[in-house]
Design a protein around this ligand. Structure first.
Ligand code: ATP
Length: 600
């Protein structure tokens, strides 16, 4: 089993172990966890500890300093033991804070899920009510609620829970909105599942990490708020102690006996800071994008291992030569290779087809060429990439950036993802021109329109002002090709540019690419699954499996006499064409039929 396959089939227990290890690797989160654990154990053991009654007053012993015999943390203004009051009070404060958090989480998340999933009027009504709650300064709102219900611990708990409902509702609604129209939810609807069942089994598991993250990041805040209400005399009522009320009572002795207020103040500080540190750590572990580094700002180029082995260039005349490329992804201490020792050559004016099943490493190879695999988590561990004989991986960042788009350009599979949704397409082509050519705006605009005409956008002058969503899939891909052509590159890397298109449009786009390649003498690295396309377009083929090139050769030779068992299997998989006489004639026939369909 490949390392990648192992990673994807890793059992849940091992995954949990990794999460735990990741949490413990974050030193601040680990410190927060152990501090909280110590506090939790201490307050759980309070009833068993030989502590004096926290409410027993002894006026003769008032305001004893810390480390007095029998009173480790001294006594307060009524002679009560501060250590005992502190431990019992911390119990109350934590219980109150966590209960309020749970109430806010349950009610707020339910509102968020229902509003986001139902949409329309229900969403509008619920979210406007939440907006009204948020429009009040929350502490004032909490004060108003306690004032209306009367002071007391339970009322403080309700008040804090109510004012925090909007945080959960808003966060969870945002995530649910995105999920409500996801394809897997549509599939669940089509399978006949009821709404409640969809919410519980499809939506809830997907929003649960967000709920946990919101709990972990707001719990500290809620404990502060409950302490605040008690400090103002609206929470715990005398003689009961909680951290806020102890702080409030100690305020009068701030100068004569500062320890009375410093002790509960420092305890609140420790609890809140450890909760926040742990909360941040949990958030990083639970969000797989944070864990893999996807949400981290990627570096300007793929990270390259310091001890990279760079094999010499054995094809100095090639436009592009990849030698022993090893690219993979890091996570914690592990490195999972996606491309394992790939070597390829692309001659000037040649079209090389890179073929392989999904996940074989074609895109990672293509992105490595210009250092575009996002790091973290991407890492080029070994190998060299020679562009006109010069090793790209040794180039300084600025030089590599100047090659992107100018010498090597990319056409991606989904132009809707690669085009900016809020910029007219003409502007996007102009930007590509401006990135490498210092020409004035009117000239840039002319060039952009000429490029759009070149790729077959009808009425390019008017269409340049339109936005990507106003174009069809095929037209968007033409815009993508216009952007790639903007600076007359030597090499175009097309990563499955026709996979998302129907056969008619596919034939048009392939025709366009082939015409442009021949007219401009560009080298084309064409990534695809489709042997019909390869047979018509490519001069040579490289077949990729599990991150390695298993076979390379002239298209005709590979298709008619495949050497590797994997290539034979891939060819046999071509629908309706896997059996019979001469494969090459059949795939060519398929392509010709597509073209006829396209021109019809
Ligand atoms: N950001 C990432 N983190 C971890 N693994 C990744 C990441 N991106 C890609 N991979 C892994 O690298 C391997 C190669 O992916 P790649 O996208 O190159 O495949 P491909 O051959 O282009 O597939 P497809 O034809 O489906 O696009 C896959 O197993 C994929 O799971």
């Amino acid at each position: 089993m490949s390392a990648l396959a192992e990673m994807t089939t890793r059992p849940a227990a091992a995954e949990r172990l990794t999460s735990w290890r990741l949490l413990m690797k974050n030193r601040l989160a680990a410190a927060g966890f152990f501090l909280l654990l110590a506090i939790a154990l201490l307050i759980l053991l309070v009833p068993l500890l030989p502590l004096p009654d926290p409410d027993a007053t002894a006026p003769a012993k008032r305001l004893q300093p810390v480390v007095t015999a029998g009173h480790l943390l001294g006594t307060d203004q009524l002679g009560r033991d501060i250590l005992s009051r502190l431990l019992w009070g911390t119990r109350v404060s934590l219980a109150l804070g966590f209960t309020a958090t749970l109430i806010a989480a349950v009610i707020g998340s339910t509102i968020g899920i229902v509003a986001g999933y139902a949409g329309g009027r229900a969403d509008n009504l619920m979210m406007r009510a939440v907006d009204m709650l948020m429009a009040f300064p929350y502490l004032l709102l909490a004060l108003a609620i306690v004032a209306a219900l009367g002071p007391g611990l339970m009322n403080a708990l309700y008040a804090i829970a109510v004012v925090n409902i909007p945080f959960f509702a808003r966060n969870v609604r945002g995530v649910t909105l995105g999920l409500a129209h996801a394809e897997f939810i549509d599939a669940a609807r089509l399978s006949g599942k009821g709404q409640l069942s969809i919410v519980l089994t499809e939506v809830l598991p997907n929003v649960l990490p967000v709920i946990v993250i919101t709990i972990s990041t707001t719990a500290g805040w809620m404990i502060l708020e409950t302490a605040g209400l008690s400090f103002l005399g609206l929470g715990a009522q005398p003689p009961q102690a909680d951290l806020g009320s102890m702080l409030g009572e100690g305020r009068a002795q701030l100068f004569t006996a500062p320890h009375v207020s410093i002790v509960p103040g420092a305890t609140i500080f420790l609890i809140v800071i450890s909760l926040n540190l742990l909360g941040d750590g949990i958030r990083d572990v639970l969000d797989p994008r944070l864990r893999s580094g996807t949400l981290a700002r990627p570096g300007p180029m793929t990270a390259i291992a310091k001890d990279r082995q760079a094999p010499a260039n054995s094809a100095p005349d090639a436009a592009l030569a990849i030698k022993g490329l090893e690219t993979g992804f890091t996570g914690g201490d592990s490195f999972v290779p996606a491309v394992n020792g790939v070597s390829l050559q692309l001659r000037r004016g040649e079209c090389l087809g890179l073929v392989g099943e999904s996940g074989s490493g074609k895109s990672v190879t293509a992105l490595s060429i210009m250092g575009l695999v996002a790091s973290p988590p991407g890492l080029i561990r070994n190998g060299a990439i020679y562009l006109d004989g010069e090793d790209v991986l040794s180039m300084p960042e600025a030089k590599l950036s100047s090659c992107r788009g100018a010498r090597v350009a990319y056409v991606f599979q989904d132009p809707l993802m690669s085009l900016h949704p809020l910029l007219p397409v003409g502007r996007q082509v102009e930007e590509a021109v401006a990135a490498h050519q210092p020409i004035g705006a009117p000239e840039r605009r002319k060039r952009a329109i000429a490029l759009l005409e070149k790729v077959g956008i009808p009425d390019a002058h008017t269409r340049a002002a339109h936005y990507p969503h106003q174009f069809s899939g095929g037209q968007r891909q033409r815009v993508g090709i216009a952007i790639a052509l903007a600076n007359d590159p030597d090499i175009i890397i097309a990563d499955e540019p026709t996979t998302a298109l129907d056969v008619t449009v596919q034939a048009h786009i392939l025709d366009l690419l082939r015409g442009l390649q021949r007219e401009r003498g560009m080298a084309l690295l064409f990534i695809t699954h489709d042997f019909g396309v390869v047979s018509e377009l490519c001069d040579r083929i490289a077949v990729m499996k599990d991150g390695e090139i298993v076979e390379t050769g002239e298209t005709r030779r590979v298709l008619s006499h495949p050497q590797h068992a994997y290539t034979k299997r891939l060819i046999a998989c071509v629908p309706e064409l896997g059996t019979g006489a001469d494969f090459l004639d059949r795939v060519s026939g398929l392509f010709a039929a597509r073209q006829r369909e396209g021109s019809a």
